[in-house]
Design a protein around this ligand. Structure first.
Ligand code: IYR
Length: 250
């Protein structure tokens, strides 16, 4: 069957040339300049403990909601974001912006925005099933971590960009590209001994975009408080699925 899934239909609607805003096919040029090919010698940098050590590192990651006020070197944050920026992206569009908030005043403003929306989310917007599913995690609309963590990283996806000729540049698969980059960011933070919490504050996008003065082509993807966990930090005793449960071999 040549029937497309809803997701593929959306991609097609966003990017197929028939809908190229009435542009003439003769005017179509690559968004990237011509790029020469170079040899690639395979992976050169290797972790001493290989995949086993990497698994142990990542299995030690937990979503943390209690952060100490212990200072974190901005250079480390910068290196982690540099690593996130190595993510693959649709047509190498690199459609991400990582905003690092260290100002106490701005963290307080973010907390106000998020808590006020989350209050409405918990009391009105989320279904009874949803709030019940979250009960074991003990989350509430109160977000102390937003003012306690030394940094908040706010990740925006650029839903389109600007070409050198000023026209609109298509950012194919911008959401999945940014999501992969956030995955790499979580790995890098973990490798640096830093904890974080992946949050997707429902309905906070426009207010946070305005607060951080981001352009209209940028949409909020995730917001991560980052820092060291407190000595008395507790996390729910969750079990991860076994390898047998998550992998199928064909
Ligand atoms: N965004 C809300 C609710 C929440 C939703 C999910 I799905 C979680 O895994 C955890 C929380 C909050 O941050 O409280």
């Amino acid at each position: 069957s040549n029937k497309r899934s809803n997701d593929d239909e959306m991609i097609a609607r966003d990017y197929r040339i028939e809908d190229d805003h009435g542009e003439n096919e003769a005017d179509i040029t690559p968004a990237l300049e011509e790029i020469k090919m170079i040899p690639y010698r395979g992976v050169q940098v290797k972790l001493a403990g290989g995949a086993d050590e990497f698994y142990n590192l990542m299995n030690d990651r937990r979503s943390v909601r209690k952060f100490s006020n212990k200072a974190v070197d901005m250079e480390v944050i910068k290196k982690c974001i540099h690593a996130a920026g190595t993510s693959p992206s649709g047509a190498h569009t690199e459609p991400w912006t990582f905003c690092v908030v260290k100002s106490d005043e701005m963290k307080a403003q973010i907390r106000e925005i998020v808590e006020s929306e989350e209050y409405t989310n918990y009391t009105q917007r989320m279904s009874k099933q949803w709030t019940t599913d979250l009960e074991p995690l003990r989350t509430t609309y109160i977000k102390e971590y937003l003012t306690e963590a030394p940094y908040i990283i706010v990740v925006f996806k650029q839903v389109y960009g600007t070409r050198s000729d000023g026209g609109r540049k298509a950012h194919y698969y911008n959401e999945i590209s940014c999501a992969i980059s956030v995955g790499i960011l979580l790995c890098a933070l973990q490798a640096a001994g830093l904890s974080s919490l992946t949050t997707t504050p429902l309905n906070c996008g426009p207010a946070l975009r305005t607060l951080l003065n981001r352009p209209i082509n940028e949409k909020l993807l995730v917001l991560l408080p980052v820092g060291y966990s407190t000595d008395d930090c507790e996390v729910p005793s969750l079990q991860r699925k076994s390898i047998e449960e998550i992998m199928e071999v064909y």
